[in-house]
Design a protein around this ligand. Structure first.
Ligand SMILES: Nc1nc2c(c(=O)[nH]1)N[C@H]1C(S)=C(S)[C@@H](COP(=O)(O)O)O[C@H]1N2
Ligand SMILES: [Mo]
Length: 363
């Protein structure tokens, strides 16, 4: 920086730019925070989660500023081929993953996204993000230089980061404003960022697997539902013995970026718990799929949930979890277990479910 930069803008940017090592570690931190908030956002459906989504977007936008600082500093290592080293390829791949993550995020927010076969567009953003974390960790290991005390100037560093975060927040507000004024397809997103699939019945929304579940169709004729565990009288019911007399509207919101509001009909879980005479000390109810996929919810909430046989007046299709799938209002879609064949009444939660949902379906 020997050149005399005199315009106000250049002076501001020079003031704003933290020292190199601090930029690098900020990028690292910001990507980790974005990942953590992204993963956390998978849990939220209700308005109390809004701050998590906000945080994710603001942090993501702050990353753009940091990347710009970083890339304007290291650009020459890529453009001058004489400077290439073994690690240059990794650096480029990392940068591309970062562009991919940010780019798909921006496209998603504005709603200008292609219709893809098989997967939903938001999944591409998630995939880019996960690749970015892996590459970034590898990249960071090839050029490890922790920030030193000299990189921090308490007042200036605080100011720099406040300005960057504020810029992120303002940009996010502007984007919302732009969405509304331009009436973009991204405007109608829910608080989770998901977009609506309208219509009713099986055809209105896509059959979705969380990771790899893809069982053969479950025959209604030979199907049996078991209720067991912390109960006085375990029960087994054939499909014909189920009495699907309970209806309710509920919103299914999938982490792959869509939601749908449907009228579900089926058996109230509370009725099944009464039938099996659940113990007083039971605290959780676990729903287990034919694939082993499972999720549990607190018993008071479970009483209120539904095991659906029908959606929008139609019998559930195989893809949507026939003969029986959990409808858990207020919970993210991945917890709405499909192809339920067993209900375990339990006296404690089930931490292992977090792992099981990821690996069920792999042999
Ligand atoms: N057994 C099982 N249940 C499952 C899944 C799965 O992969 N296996 N996917 C979940 C996910 S991620 C969502 S969003 C909803 C989607 O329901 P749908 O396929 O009826 O749209 O089902 C959930 N239930
Ligand atoms: Mo999902």
């Amino acid at each position: 920086m020997s050149r005399e930069d005199t315009t106000a803008r250049e002076r501001f940017i020079r003031w704003l730019r933290p020292p190199p090592r601090l930029v690098d570690w900020s990028i690292f931190t910001v990507v980790m925070l974005a990942t953590a908030s992204g993963v956390l956002s998978f849990l939220g459906v209700r308005p109390v989660w809004v701050p998590v989504f906000w945080f994710h977007r603001v942090v993501g936008l702050t990353l753009i500023v940091l990347l710009w600082f970083k890339l304007s500093r290291v650009r020459y290592r890529v453009t001058r081929t004489s400077q290439w080293q073994a690690s240059t390829a990794l650096s480029i791949a990392t940068a591309l993953a970062a562009f991919g993550t940010i780019g798909t995020g921006i496209m998603w927010v504005f709603g200008y996204v292609p219709d893809l076969p098989v997967i939903q567009f938001l999944t591409v953003h998630v995939a880019f993000g996960l690749v970015l974390v892996v590459l970034m960790v590898a990249h960071q290991r090839t050029r490890f230089r922790p920030p030193s005390r000299a990189d921090f100037d308490r007042r200036r560093t605080t100011m720099q980061f406040s300005v960057m975060l504020l810029a992120g927040a303002v940009t996010y507000r502007l984007q919302e404003l732009l969405n509304t004024t331009l009436n973009t397809p991204g405007k109608q997103r829910r608080l989770t960022g998901s977009r609506e699939k309208s219509g009713s019945g099986n055809g209105a929304f896509p059959p979705t697997a969380w990771v790899a579940d893809d069982p053969d169709p479950v025959e209604r004729e030979s199907y049996e539902l078991t209720v067991r565990g912390a109960v006085d009288s375990p029960v087994e019911l054939s499909y014909g013995e189920l009495d699907p007399d309970t209806s309710r509207e509920a919103l299914l919101d999938c982490t792959s970026g869509w939601y749908t509001e449907q009228e579900w009909r089926g058996v109230a879980v509370g009725d099944l718990l009464d039938l099996a005479d659940a113990d007083d000390d039971a605290t959780h109810v676990r729903f287990v799929s034919v694939t082993g996929y499972r999720w549990s919810i607190p018993i008071d909430e479970a009483r209120d949930a539904l095991l659906a046989t029908h959606v929008g007046g139609e019998r559930l299709s195989h893809g949507h979890g026939a003969p029986l799938r959990l409808v858990a209002p207020g919970r993210r879609g991945f917890q709405w277990v499909k192809w339920v064949e067993r209900i375990d009444v339990r006296t404690r939660g089930d931490p292992a479910q977090w792992l099981v949902t990821l690996i069920s379906g792999f042999d």
